[in-house]
Design a protein around this ligand. Structure first.
Ligand SMILES: O=P(O)(O)OC[C@H](O)CO
Length: 413
């Protein structure tokens, strides 16, 4: 009797479709459960706060902000005091009361003769009314396009989002870090931004200028290059620039973790490390370094949370400590190591940020700044719980299954 041949292609296709269907079902299920959870247990806004702290670092003064209202007050004051030039770039600018305050201040600056440049990401602001993001012609505005045509031809240079958050005023003061612009971030999210005053504002201006000059349309002005007034050995901005195929922030993290001897304190909103970062953290923990990662127990992106959870077992078994921030969103992207080294920036530790988007992280070699960020970490830890391997190993089987099914989505985030 002739043997019936099984069409391999058909079996493969069915398996693939089955897996995709299962993933979709898991994602939809998680979103639904998350909606319900948010209704019965909404996030609090009364997390422990650390007041803004200004520290001299070389010829600069750096201010650490951990509360949105404090940050926005100082950013708006800087915009209102501008005399020459404002560079404002934000991944998200919400069309709410906070967004309106920024828009008004920028327009008023332009009306009194300040040259104002505004950049935002078109995709991230799809839900913001178009009218709100329309600025008067006196303001030079660039929306990072929704889709750059090269993406369709898989041109990596045309990929990524503009995920940066930068403000500079008159080359004298600057701000950079995790905060987007919006009312929810002012009081309800724990995030970290750095204020810079002094020659290192150049680092932020330069980042903005290169981006602007690369993407501006022909009728928009070129911002002239100036060169840095000082080569600072302590403060440096690293920029991921897909157009140039450079992603130094990942390298910066790997280099710093490799040097750790005492402790590594990382705070991340969405923590989906690649293999090398995972290995570096575990090998630091195994040589006796106190490696702690603070993440929200429940962030605003349920799928990112579940992808992150897929790494918890390996991290905990490797000796890394996981601190789960309670009942509020922590959106900071910071790390501090050995009381020596720190970074504050816009990059999450995930693929999108480390090998995908336009990002900027400031790297600082300074003991006082590192000590302060350790204090911030300790304060945050009072609102977090330490996850044990025992607790994690005992999670329900269905949770383990969800993590497994979602694993193939890691490269997407
Ligand atoms: O992309 P991020 O890190 O700025 O986070 C944005 C928030 O998820 C907005 O929903």
């Amino acid at each position: 009797m002739p043997r019936k041949r099984i069409p391999v292609a058909r079996v493969l296709l069915r398996t693939l479709l089955g897996a995709l269907g299962a993933q979709l079902a898991v994602v939809l299920g998680l979103v639904a459960v998350n909606q319900w959870r948010k209704r019965v247990r909404p996030l609090r806004a009364d997390f422990p706060r650390t007041a803004p702290k200004a520290l001299p670092v070389g010829a600069n003064e750096l201010t650490v902000y951990t509360y949105g209202e404090d940050l926005y007050r100082d950013m708006l004051e800087a915009i209102r005091g501008a005399r020459h030039r404002i560079m404002f770039e934000s991944f998200i600018v919400k069309g709410d009361a906070t967004g309106r305050r920024f828009k008004r201040a920028l327009i008023e600056a332009a009306e009194r003769g300040v040259e104002v440049f505004v950049v935002y990401d078109a995709f991230a602001n799809l839900v913001v009314p178009r009218r709100f993001l329309r600025f008067p012609p006196g303001i030079h505005t660039l929306a990072y396009p929704l889709l750059r045509p090269g993406v369709l031809l898989l041109d990596v240079r045309k990929s990524g989002r503009d995920h940066r958050k930068i403000l500079t005023v008159d080359g004298e003061v600057g701000f950079v870090g995790g905060y987007n612009v919006g009312s929810v971030y002012a009081t309800q999210w724990r995030d970290t931004h750095l204020g810079v005053s002094g020659p290192s504002v150049w680092e932020l201006e330069n980042a903005f200028r290169d981006f602007w000059n690369m993407l501006r349309t022909e009728d928009q002005p070129v911002i002239p290059d100036t060169g840095t007034p000082e080569w600072s050995p302590t403060i440096r901005a690293h920029r991921n620039v897909p157009e140039l195929l450079i992603y130094p922030i990942r390298g910066m993290y790997l280099e710093a973790i490799d040097r750790a001897r005492e402790h590594v304190y990382i705070t991340q909103a969405y923590f989906i490390p690649d293999n090398e970062i995972l290995r570096a953290l575990i090998s630091a923990a195994q040589r006796g370094v106190d490696v702690r990662i603070l993440v929200p127990e429940h962030s605003n992106h349920v799928v990112a949370d579940w992808l992150s959870r897929g790494f918890y077992g390996e991290l905990l078994r490797g000796g890394v400590k996981l601190c789960l921030y309670q009942d509020a969103m922590v959106h900071a992207k910071t790390a501090t190591i050995d009381g020596r080294w720190s970074t504050v920036g816009t990059a999450n530790v995930d693929r999108l940020s480390l090998t995908g988007n336009y990002e900027i992280n400031v790297e600082v070699f300074d003991d006082d700044l590192a000590s302060h960020l350790e204090r911030v970490y300790a304060k945050d830890a009072t609102n977090a719980r330490l996850l044990t391997l025992e607790e994690w190993s005992g999670r329900p089987l269905v949770a383990k299954l969800c993590e497994l099914l979602l694993k193939p989505l890691r490269p997407l985030l």
